[in-house]
Design a protein around this ligand. Structure first.
Ligand SMILES: *[C@@H]1O[C@H](CO)[C@@H](O)[C@H](O)[C@H]1NC(C)=O
Ligand SMILES: *[C@@H]1O[C@H](CO)[C@@H](O)[C@H](O)[C@H]1NC(C)=O
Length: 520
């Protein structure tokens, strides 16, 4: 289950990249976006005349050095900070990233960042690529005095700017005037504000360490209370104050923990998401890796969700830092379906409320109406650990005439685990290639053993039915449950011939004087 959920999230994030359509046109646009003013490039490489900073800024809005066989070592070894993107022209993920990288380069230049931004066509220049240890595309690496550090930030231009600034000597933005405060508010919607009488002392140092260690939230510091109030209106005039600001109804959250790096980081991680986060292809990995392991997902169409938003935000306030609330547009096939499939609800058009405990790898389903009180109770039980995990099951079938019983999740206990019979269970999925052949063999075996009343033949569709005791990853799988040892089913080889299978059954079950109904 853990791996299934992880796969869903990873698939979502890859999907966005695969869907991206790089046409010829786009490649041209890319070239243009990344076009480098040669003089600027030469200046940054330390070749030729130095341009004044103003000239650099005006001459090139996009400042990304193109690395090649000749200049790579010089650029990496000659600069304190070099941020490299290794890409391949044919790679859609690179195409997706490059414009963001170029935009980030422009912003960083405007911020007078000491960072040199560079790109390497690793396909065309394999030697420097290998020198920089670029293996996949795109690869982002920060070189600090020629030592490489992997990238761990987000993928919008702003994410890249925040991360790069944090790692190159400006982990915190300092606000010292009204104009700066207003400018800051125009640029950032989510940030952690620290107000300190003086920018020194142990509490302040922990704050700065947290700013450096965090990978995606902008930290801002201010001393004057009046300035701080521009960013965080009802700031408490204590010696030092921390609070997170977001662009949503729950805009301000004050910190009341100890001033240690780890506690501050924990606060940021638990509070940086809005009360209800809308799942997108861009944020799915961040959502999955949140330290808040209990997640409630609401799948609804946009109109139904509008009506639910207020109640949901109220509930989310109650369970702040305990449960993460996520909205998924039920009509967005690519986002919603992989999750709904886990509940066998992929065709649902009505609102679905589900929960995951990523720590325990369990999933839950709200089976009553999605009204505020029901969701609230669901969340309460989730937090207290008293919800029953959900296991998929098809409706209970009528097996009276069946020679091979159809087992579903709901009757797995009764028919397999607690029955007094020996059971040969075939676990299949509708899409598995070899399952049909195995099903035919099981049918023949069922006929063959028809006179043996203590041996039941059964099959279960593992794509639509789950049971905590049924942990199978390959299909088909044949499991022989002996009546006196249901906890340890014996796996029979699905590659065996009918005779070999019958032989195994006879051996394990010690069947004697078998009544042969049909020739095998
Ligand atoms: C890089 O090296 C220079 C020269 O040795 C040194 O002054 C500087 O502090 C180093 N930078 C970092 C971030 O370690
Ligand atoms: C930032 O990224 C680095 C490298 O992946 C990781 O070790 C660190 O834990 C991250 N910081 C936080 C606060 O998650």
């Amino acid at each position: 289950m853990k791996s299934t959920l992880r796969m869903v999230f990873v698939a979502l994030s890859l999907f966005l990249v695969v869907r991206f359509n790089v046409g010829r046109e786009y490649e041209d646009e890319l070239e243009e976006l990344l076009a480098v003013d040669e003089e600027v490039e030469r200046a940054a490489e330390g070749v030729g005349e130095k341009l004044s900073e103003a000239e650099v800024l005006s001459k090139a809005q996009r400042i990304v050095i193109e690395l090649n066989n000749e200049n790579t070592e010089r650029v990496i070894n000659g600069n304190e900070y070099v941020f490299v993107v290794g890409y391949a022209p044919w790679c859609p993920r690179s195409a997706e990233l490059m414009p963001h990288f170029a935009e980030a380069a422009t912003s960083l230049k405007a911020l007078r960042s000491p960072l040199v931004m560079a790109k390497l066509d690793a396909d065309r220049f394999p030697k420097p690529a290998s020198f920089l240890s670029i293996k996949g595309f795109p690869t982002l690496l920060l070189f600090v005095n020629a030592t490489s550090h992997p990238y761990s930030g987000g993928f919008t231009a702003n994410d890249i700017v925040i991360w790069a600034s944090k790692k190159t000597g400006t982990p915190v933005i300092r606000i010292s005037s009204m104009a700066e405060a207003e400018e800051f508010l125009r640029k950032y919607q989510t940030f952690l504000i620290g107000r300190f009488d003086k920018f020194e002392g142990p509490a302040y140092e922990e704050f700065v360490s947290a700013a450096k260690f965090d990978n995606e939230t902008q930290f801002v510091e201010v001393s004057q209370v009046e300035l701080a109030r521009v960013l965080y209106p009802d700031i408490k005039p204590t010696d030092c104050f921390l609070g997170i600001v977001k662009s949503e109804p729950e805009r301000y959250t004050a910190y009341d923990g100890a001033f240690t790096m780890n506690k501050i980081l924990e606060f940021v991680e638990c509070n940086k998401f809005p009360l209800v986060t809308k799942l997108t292809e861009m944020n799915s990995i961040r959502v999955y890796s949140s330290p808040v392991k209990l997640q409630v997902l609401v799948f609804a169409n946009i109109d139904d969700f509008k009506n639910l938003l207020d109640p949901l935000q109220n509930i989310a306030r109650t369970f702040k830092s305990k449960i993460m609330f996520i909205y998924v547009d039920i009509n967005d096939e690519n986002l919603a379906k992989p999750f709904l499939t886990l509940f066998g609800l992929e065709e649902s058009k009505n609102t679905v409320v589900a929960a995951f405990d990523n720590g325990m790898s369990s999933k839950y389903l709200l089976e009553s109406k999605p009204a505020q009180s029901n969701i609230e109770e669901f969340c309460n039980n989730l937090v207290q650990g008293t919800l029953s995990p959900y296991f998929k099951s098809q409706p209970i079938p009528d097996n009276t005439e069946a020679s091979v019983h159809v087992i579903v999740g709901k009757i797995f206990d009764e028919e397999i685990l607690s029955s007094k019979k020996d059971v040969l269970l075939e676990v299949f999925t509708p899409w598995c290639i070899n399952c049909e052949a195995t099903s035919k063999q099981v049918e023949k075996l069922a006929k063959h053993y028809k006179g043996s009343s203590n041996l039941l033949f059964a099959r279960i569709d593992a794509s639509a039915n789950e049971h905590p005791k049924l942990q199978v990853n390959d299909y088909p799988t044949l499991l022989l449950y002996k009546a006196d040892d249901k906890a340890n089913p014996i796996k029979l080889s699905t590659k065996s011939s009918l005779k070999e299978l019958a032989g195994s059954i006879n051996k394990y079950l010690k069947v004697k004087n078998q009544v042969i109904k049909d020739e095998l």
